[in-house]
Design a protein around this ligand. Structure first.
Ligand SMILES: [Fe+2]
Ligand SMILES: [Fe+2]
Length: 291
């Protein structure tokens, strides 16, 4: 049995990728995804399409003129922005509240959204064009937790008890109760879901910003560090609620490679907070019926 098979046999039911996201990934793999096809895939799901348009027109993107069609949105915001918005809205349907459970799934979603905004802003500081990619990293970074919560909610509640009451580090608690971490499960899941390799690596290493052993492209390393820092800043700013409230030490290499000085931190934090507020305004938290 290889790694993936072993994981799957242990975890049982893995969540399936919602339809729109699955179609986008399939077409991307076949290299057939262009603006026209993207528009068609989105338009097939009326409520998802409406939400993508609403987000595109939100103050978060600050367009001068409102866009009324998906084609216009792609023209003005760019293909990647619209694609990643569609993926985000589609993936949001996996974050379902569980009545009677101690796990705050809505809080975890808001934490993911906050991490997405933060990773985007931090990344754009050094790579203007890669902010959108970092945004998607933020949306998906803790998706392994969703898989755990779906398949083994009782066990995951035990993990949370170990973290909160025994102050056990998250990775140790997950490994003790479940046998592996959410970053490992999440990256395997993204592989099964046919996401590109960059995001698989980002999810795998989002708690290891030093990246000592990982053989990755230097630019990807910077993006992973932006995701790491965004994750920590989101916790510090109380945007949403991670299942693990403890913050990690931020190693020097993170500040260095992201070219951030302490004196800039307040400005960046303010920017993250206000941008998150603007995006959240347009995000209808009730509409959870998207595929
Ligand atoms: Fe995480
Ligand atoms: Fe997180």
């Amino acid at each position: 049995m290889n790694d993936i098979e072993k994981l799957i046999s242990q975890i049982g039911d893995l969540p399936t990728l919602p339809d729109v996201a699955a179609r986008i990934n399939r077409e991307m793999q076949g290299e057939a995804l262009n603006a026209k096809l993207l528009g068609e895939i989105i338009a097939d799901d009326t409520s998802l399409a409406a939400k993508v348009l609403r987000l595109a027109n939100s103050a978060f993107y600050g367009l001068q003129k409102q866009v009324t069609t998906l084609n216009k949105a792609v023209m003005i915001l760019g293909f990647n922005t619209v694609k990643n918005l569609a993926l985000s809205v589609s993936i949001y349907s996996l974050f379902k509240e569980r009545p009677g459970s101690a796990i705050d799934v809505k809080g975890l979603w808001l934490h993911s959204l906050g991490s997405a905004v933060a990773a985007k802003i931090i990344t754009e500081n050094i790579y203007k064009k890669l902010g959108e990619e970092a945004f998607l990293f933020g949306i998906l970074h803790d998706v392994g937790k969703i898989a755990f919560i779906n398949a083994m909610p009782r066990e995951y509640e035990k993990v949370l008890v170990l973290i909160r009451d025994k102050q056990m580090p998250q990775a140790d608690a997950e490994t003790e109760v479940l046998g592996f971490t959410h970053q490992r499960l999440g990256s395997q899941l993204l592989d099964i879901w046919k996401f590109p390799d960059n995001i698989i690596q980002a999810v795998k290493y989002h708690h290891e910003p030093e990246l000592k052993t990982a053989k990755l492209d230097p630019q990807l390393k910077d993006l992973i560090r932006a995701l790491f820092l965004g994750n920590q800043m989101t916790k510090a700013l109380h945007l949403g609620q991670s299942t693990n409230p403890a913050r990690e030490e931020i190693p020097k290499i993170v500040w260095q490679s992201l070219n951030i000085k302490r004196s800039q931190l307040n400005d960046i934090a303010g920017n993250i907070k206000s941008s998150y507020g603007l995006l959240l305004e347009a995000w209808d938290l009730e509409g959870k019926d998207h595929g």
